[in-house]
Design a protein around this ligand. Structure first.
Ligand SMILES: [Fe+2]
Length: 242
């Protein structure tokens, strides 16, 4: 889906961020999926709670396009944010820093993402800041948007795989959407063949999840950012026909 549709999107915009944390067969990122995502036109690939699922990811962390969660213990390999100088509409370079952070509600314990963002934002070399907040709870993502309103250019959630209908510009020019939604099979349980999740819910026994085949959807958020502020934000959705 990305390979066939992202190049068209990329040709109309200056910078594309893809959350790649479920790209390798549903869990984590490996070399093959990273190459496929960047070949399709992603300028930056963020991770999430499945960041370490494939050992291969460690060989990808030196690539400046890969951003792992920022609120992990000191000494964790890779970087939780990366700064890019992007050619904007005027031809001048616009600096953008992409951050990936993990939520803590219904998720594994990590450092406080709100306080981690405070610490990061004390730096003065970041340019426009975009946060991919990889979190489960709508409330935690909404609170992060409000907490960072006017301090960053964009906060978009990932992890729940379902795009939310709350796209808006928050005060001070912060583009926000609780969850971007995923790129994956439509007739599925957040990407998985329904058989596995249904078996787990009905029997409470462990069952293997496999990625469902069939027509896919691509979801995203489009924003126009200038001098650290978002001026426009819109939800993006594209479906393959069966
Ligand atoms: Fe996730």
């Amino acid at each position: 889906m990305l390979a066939s549709h992202l190049p068209t999107i990329r040709s109309q915009f200056h910078f594309v961020i893809v959350n790649g944390e479920n790209a390798a067969g549903g869990f984590g990122l490996n070399r093959e999926s990273f190459d496929a995502i960047t070949r399709a036109g992603a300028d930056c690939v963020t991770l999430g709670n499945h960041a370490w699922h494939h050992k291969e990811v460690f060989s990808l962390l030196d690539d400046r396009r890969v951003v792992r969660p920022v609120n992990l213990p000191i000494g964790t390999p890779g970087s939780g944010f990366q700064t890019f100088d992007v050619k904007g509409d005027s031809g001048a370079l616009e600096r953008i820093t992409v951050v990936n952070a993990l939520g803590r509600v219904f998720m594994e314990a990590t450092h406080n993402p709100f306080l981690t963002m405070d610490e990061l934002l004390s730096r003065d070399d970041l340019g426009s800041v975009f946060l991919d907040f990889h979190a489960e709870a709508t409330s935690e993502k909404a609170a992060m948007g409000q907490y960072l309103a006017g301090r960053v250019a964009g906060v978009v959630g990932t992890h729940t795989h379902v795009a939310t209908a709350d796209t808006r510009l928050l005060r001070g020019g912060t583009a926000f959407q609780t969850d971007a939604g995923f790129t994956g099979p439509m007739d599925s349980v957040i990407g998985a063949d329904p058989e596995g999740p249904i078996l787990r819910f009905t029997t409470e026994m462990h069952s293997r999840f496999t990625v469902k085949d069939g027509p896919a959807e691509l979801n995203g958020v489009i924003m126009h950012i200038e001098d650290g502020r978002a001026e426009f934000v819109e939800r993006y959705h594209h479906e393959e026909r069966a």
